[in-house]
Design a protein around this ligand. Sequence first.
Ligand code: GDP
Length: 615
Amino acid sequence: MPVTPPAQTATITTEGDIKVIHLKPPIIVRDFATALGMKPFKLISELMEMGIFASMNQAIEEPVAVKVAEKHGFMLEIKHRGEAAQQTQQTAKEKAKSKEKAAAEAEVQNLAPRPPVVCILGHVDHGKTSLLDAIRKADVAAGEAGGITQHIGAYQIEHSDRKITFLDTPGHAAFTKMRARGADVTDIAVLVVAADDGFMPQTDEALKHAQNAAVTLMVAVNKMDVKGANIERVKQQMQERNIAPEDWGGETVTVPVSAIKGTGITDLLDMILLQADVLELKANAKTEASGIIIESQIEVGRGPLATVIVQRGTLRVGDSIVCGPHWAKVRAMFDDQGKNLKEAPPATPVRVIGWSGAPDSGAAFKSAKNAREAENLAEEAEHLIRKTTGTADAAPKEVSVESLFANIAATQAKVLKLIIKTDVFGSTEAVRNLLENIKSTKVSLEIVSVDVGLVSKTDILMASAAGAVVIGFNTKLENGVTAVAKHHGVRIETYGIIYELADKVRDMMADLLDPDLKENKTGAAEVRATFPLAKGFVAGCLVTEGKITRNGSARLRRKKEIVFEGKVSTLKRFKDDANEVRAGIECGIKLGDFNGYEIGDVIECFEITKVRAAL
Ligand code: GDP
């Protein structure tokens, strides 16, 4: 009689994504099966298929065990007593690790300098568009090519034999929108300040966005040619905002320019390249392309187009890429001069033709092995969107430039502006710190001003002009302020407890958001038969869960497909109309004007409720 060896319990650990079974020799079939989480007889039959006949209590050879473990997604570490034996087993884990290491090394070796991606922010009319145009005109290479300039959302120029990419969608709302989608495509933000106007509310807003994005900030003091140009005042304002210019002992590179006269542009570009050097921007061009959608549109005759910036790898004509529910087999690529490009290395903006639909700006794209994989991935993404939104309207959305700007306007609306008054200077800092710690990607908080003193009529007028709420902390209102506020429709809130203030501000921010729509399934019914009516068909159903309600929202599912979505227009028990029918009862259902019911279809009833959006 063979002696049954004592059962050995294996320890299982995970290393990264890899599960590792640790066992001591001998590897007994029974213990090994337990460690693999399978029944011993299953393992025995699997071994038999490999030509190995072992009973439950027998040991198997180590290489065989390693192979079986790998087949089941495990790595097997056999703990020998002696060191020498251990070395004979180069486990799959080590192999995997060295493969990972090699990939990481290749990545580092392939990193090469890439051009900086720059955006231009600032107050309206301070010259963002003019500056973008002036820079483009200064580009020697573009001038020689003599192409027709097109606004594709981004362009690249050459300066001192080096490339610089500019986002050509001025306005910080576009910048914020892209950031909200997680697309930190920008390396350097140039804040344009008109020399005659100085810092204005949107300059401050833009500054805050750039600071939140932790991009390198530079200031271009524009309109140096106009009469009232006063660069010293702008520098003073920069100092007040803790972004003192270099010549004032700070760190912010500040360049005087005139977009209209074209002066200072070379200096600005030199400075951008200098900053890029400091940042040591690098990317691996020798891999599959991935990056960000800058903007997209549908053009008659050419179908959906999208301008993308490649962030990693190189995009080539013929590549297949996917972005959410859309995919493209790149048919052609153009730059902003309309020039055909065969390939786009990192930081290159190109307009891509060959999309299945127009992807959203700010969304990330990645490469797929081939068109089929891209299409599959896009389909999966679409299913996921349908599932999470509970709607069937995930059909490719047409994102035109207009709707892009509408989106931008919508993003712009989601800003809570505050004018704050406090009792003493110490409180202003405490309030500011607390509020600046409120983080939200959906609503931004803009502190228009913070001051010490009573809430005055001037505060109200300023709030009215800026569309801000006035917050008083530990302070009172001047006489007559309530009436002025009422007249101008300005909201005033006063608090004595700082955390109450922060909570209330959070609530006010959340109130700005559209409520989230939540879907609750209220019932389901299975189609058992179909009956003709005078007009169309009705589905004879059995309610299988919850209840079906007349006029309730419902959708018809055929396996996984949603075939129809609408309202329960008719609900009958025998010949009579019913308001609701509960589980276990048969009924007749008609959905809107739908007629194509099939036996086995499932009708799901649901309710949409609005819940306050989270920040
Ligand atoms: P944006 O709203 O920031 O894009 O500003 P624009 O580029 O549209 O410029 C607003 C106005 O300022 C236009 O009338 C421009 O002609 C003018 N402008 C822009 N830059 C300069 C400049 O350097 N000097 C002068 N004198 N005017 C400028």
